[in-house]
Design a protein around this ligand. Structure first.
Ligand SMILES: Cc1cc2nc3c(=O)[nH]c(=O)nc-3n(C[C@H](O)[C@H](O)[C@H](O)COP(=O)(O)OP(=O)(O)OC[C@H]3O[C@@H](n4cnc5c(N)ncnc54)[C@H](O)[C@@H]3O)c2cc1C
Length: 326
């Protein structure tokens, strides 16, 4: 273990010099120039791991840079990087023999804020993400951020009162190298929940010891988080959307789904109580629950209405409460 003198300390450490990490650094330095910000990047040079082509909406770039770097648009690099703009949208639908222009339909969907509207790019910049990353890196450095490349984050030390490491073993050691479906150093909550959801479908008589071991580990992981909180700060909701109930959820999760899975397998644990109370608190005067988040507009057909009573959420909530209290 290196001693304290071996460390460089930073008030804010950002892992990953992609557009998100660098934008965070730029924004932080713009708001609080005195703050000490360091970005570490595992690739040998900026932009090396950011290789996709991209159409880039101008507005977020303006929001980020207009106040942080006055006059940024007049620099040679900006002019060169943002030289190409999408001048026209021409979206085609192909059959074996024919091609139809469907841009007018897509434009119509955009007026109604439907998902397909995102296919329109007129006015967006055509940039290389790699070049964009290099440029944002230079801006971050100019603003005083320390950017260190060739430096991969290995581990998270959760608490600063003593060194608390994440427990060993699945699901705590997951990451892209270990074949988990999500990326990053922190365990992917959604990945754990969806694993557990699939395993919960196995009939009890067919659950092997190995599967039971995984079920117990995944459940213990969720229980350590009191279903929807930060394990190292149980006063804080880990992600706001996990306390908003939705249907269908696809890859997303919420506290209701986690409880539905845990109670289906038969778990009843005091650490579920906060989430149970959350469900109870959301029941309305008609004894029903509201659909709080929705994929409507992004599916073939809409399912129920956001902000209105939901038969699905009501079914899941009543099912969970019945199982927990029976
Ligand atoms: C094929 C493809 C096409 C795309 N087209 C578009 C498009 O047209 N328009 C658009 O807006 N977006 C597009 N995207 C999405 C866009 O690339 C991403 O949204 C964007 O790159 C995300 O930025 P980020 O900073 O969150 O993550 P990333 O760009 O992935 O950056 C993360 C950085 O963190 C580093 N890193 C990871 N782990 C560690 C670690 N442990 N220690 C240190 N460093 C680490 C990585 O090396 C990387 O540099 C496309 C993506 C793909 C794959």
């Amino acid at each position: 273990m290196p001693n304290d003198k071996d460390y460089n300390k930073a008030q804010v450490l950002i892992v990953g010099a992609g557009p998100a990490g660098l934008a965070t650094a730029i924004q932080l330095k713009a708001i609080k120039p005195q703050i000490n910000v360091c970005v570490i990047e595992k690739s040998a040079d900026l932009g090396n791991h950011n290789l996709s082509g991209a159409v880039l909406e101008p507005q977020p770039l303006h929001t980020l840079l207009d106040s942080a770097v006055p006059g940024w648009q007049d620099t040679d690099t900006a002019k060169e990087l943002l030289a190409k703009k999408v001048s026209k949208d021409n979206i085609m639908f192909f059959t074996k023999k024919f091609a139809f222009g469907i841009s007018p339909i897509i434009k119509l969907t955009a007026i109604f804020h439907l998902g397909f509207g995102q296919m329109l790019h007129k006015g967006d910049y055509i940039v290389s993400i790699s070049e964009l990353t290099k440029w944002l890196g230079r801006i971050a450095k100019d603003l005083g951020t320390e950017v260190i490349t060739g430096f991969a984050a290995q581990d998270i030390i959760l608490d600063d009162d003593g060194v608390t490491k994440a427990p060993e073993g699945w699901p705590y050691n997951v990451g892209s190298k270990n074949g988990e479906a999500c990326w990053g150093t922190h365990t992917c909550h959604m990945g754990v929940v969806k694993n557990l959801k699939a395993l919960a479908e196995i009939p009890p008589s067919k659950i092997s010891d190995g599967v039971m071991d995984i079920i117990n580990k995944a459940a213990e992981y969720m229980l350590n988080h009191h279903v929807y909180k930060q394990s190292h700060n149980l006063d804080a909701v880990a992600k706001q959307e996990w306390v908003q109930f939705g249907f269908p959820l696809f890859w997303k999760i919420d506290a209701l789904e986690v409880l539905d899975i845990l109670t289906k397998i038969g778990f009843k644990d005091d650490r579920m109580k906060d989430a149970i109370d959350l469900i109870v608190s959301k029941q309305n005067e008609n004894g029903r629950w509201i659909l709080e988040k929705s994929f409507n507009g992004r599916m073939q057909a809409n399912i129920e209405q956001k902000g209105k009573e939901s038969k699905w959420i009501t079914l899941f909530a009543l099912r969970v409460l019945k199982r927990f209290y029976s």
